[in-house]
Ligand binder design. Structure first.
Ligand code: NAD
Ligand code: DAU
Length: 334
């Protein structure tokens, strides 16, 4: 029996990971520790709320006392950290919470891992490598973050490396490409475009829309995290992505096609400052452990569109709340 603390488990990837792990490891006990920021949502875990192998603790990863209590109360032996501020545009508007949660919060968790002798896994991002003009990033490449979000995640990765070298805390890091799938907050481009298209609202494409992303299905990413957690070597980093690059405009057109909506909904707006035009991951290291994505980009997008069409109860609530004010600030007059 293993007792895992899944920090940030009420968010998009976290809630998908909890469901994935309960299926894959029936003898595990999973404790979600989450502050429930605007992005955290217990609706994401509603279907497993009565599962006796799952518990929820509301708390901030920056609060060392609360983190230690959760570890003691639930006899935790492993931390999987997904708690973070995650939206690049918000980090450009207001970086403060990013530095606090993504850097200081990671430090608090590492201190706890050191004190209690825990295994630690960090869910990191490909954005730490920065804009990749040619070729693909390998795990040994230098970090060149270009947004406050990416810089805070890079800071976390460097601290984790330092805790491995200095204190021998058994750490691993996965660096994932863009995820899509159920329960993604509709500020991220794919759920934003899908839900706007359903409502016949414009799809705001930044700049020329020729930027590229590797959109992977969230459960493929969860499988990669699970593999690195169980078979990864302490101190090592593993990239997780499909290696397939999609231009944003192509993604927008496919969303519209799947929903039978006109391309005239595409509206070019001012570009994101410091916009990374391309990320690209070399995933041969994780493939060497036997990982390969089960979904193509088209399959992942189709499943995602289908989920948002069938689950308006989930996103309409979000889009009618504080989200409206965020949307106005982010897009009005752009
Ligand atoms: P998300 O924004 O959907 O969820 C983040 C969760 O963290 C929320 O439940 C939120 O309430 C919680 N949280 C935030 N601050 C906290 C704090 N101080 N204490 C406790 N909980 C807190 O994010 P996501 O897209 O699911 O991303 C999860 C992780 O994966 C992040 O670390 C992110 O950097 C990383 N990642 C995301 C992607 C992606 O495409 N979404 C890709 C690669 C890596
Ligand atoms: O690469 C992994 C990262 O992917 C994660 O670490 C981040 O947490 C996650 O938010 C995501 O970052 P991106 O900046 O790539 O995702 P986002 O959905 O914000 O944007 C994807 C692309 O779409 C990017 O090129 C910007 C563009 N875009 C985005 C929005 C919100 C638009 O053209 N219009 C938009 O309205």
């Amino acid at each position: 029996m293993r007792n895992l603390l899944i920090t940030g488990g009420a968010g998009f990837i976290g809630s998908n990971l909890v469901r994935y792990m309960l299926r894959k490891h029936p003898d595990y006990h999973l404790v979600v520790y989450d502050k429930l920021t605007y992005a955290g949502n217990l609706d994401n875990l509603r279907d497993i709320a009565s599962d006796r192998r799952y518990a929820f603790v509301k708390g901030d990863i920056c609060d060392a006392e609360a983190v230690e209590s959760a570890i003691r109360d639930h006899k935790i032996d492993t931390i999987v950290n997904l708690a973070a501020e995650t939206h690049v545009d918000r980090s450009i508007m207001d970086p403060d919470a990013f530095i606090k949660t993504d850097v200081y919060g990671t430090y608090v968790l590492l201190e706890a891992a050191k004190k209690f002798g825990l295994r630690y896994h960090q869910v990191g991002t490909d954005e730490v490598y920065g804009w990749v003009e040619k070729g693909s990033s390998r795990e040994t490449d230098g970090l060149m973050p270009r947004s406050p979000y990416a810089a805070s995640k890079a800071g976390a990765d460097l601290l984790i490396h330092a805790y491995f070298v200095t204190y021998q805390v058994p750490v691993t890091i996965t660096r994932g490409a863009n995820n899509i799938g159920p329960y993604q907050y509709p500020e991220k481009v794919v759920p934003l475009f899908i839900t706007n298209a359903i409502d016949n609202l414009p799809l705001p494409v930044y700049g020329d829309g020729r930027q590229m992303r590797d959109y992977q299905y969230v459960l493929d990413h969860c499988e990669g995290i699970d593999l690195a957690l169980h078979q990864g070597k302490p101190g090592e980093v593993y990239n997780v992505g499909t290696g397939r690059e999609t231009v944003n405009l192509e993604m927008a057109r496919l969303v519209l096609k799947l929903l039978n909506k006109p391309e005239s909904l595409i509206q070019h707006v001012a570009d994101r400052p410091g916009h990374d035009r391309r990320y690209s991951l070399d995933v041969s290291k994780l493939s060497g452990l036997g990982w390969e994505p089960a979904h193509t980009f088209e399959e992942a997008l189709e499943k995602t569109v289908q989920w948002y069409v069938e689950n308006e109860w989930w996103w309409r609530k979000i889009k009618s709340g504080d989200y409206k004010e965020y949307y106005r600030k982010q897009y009005a007059g752009r």
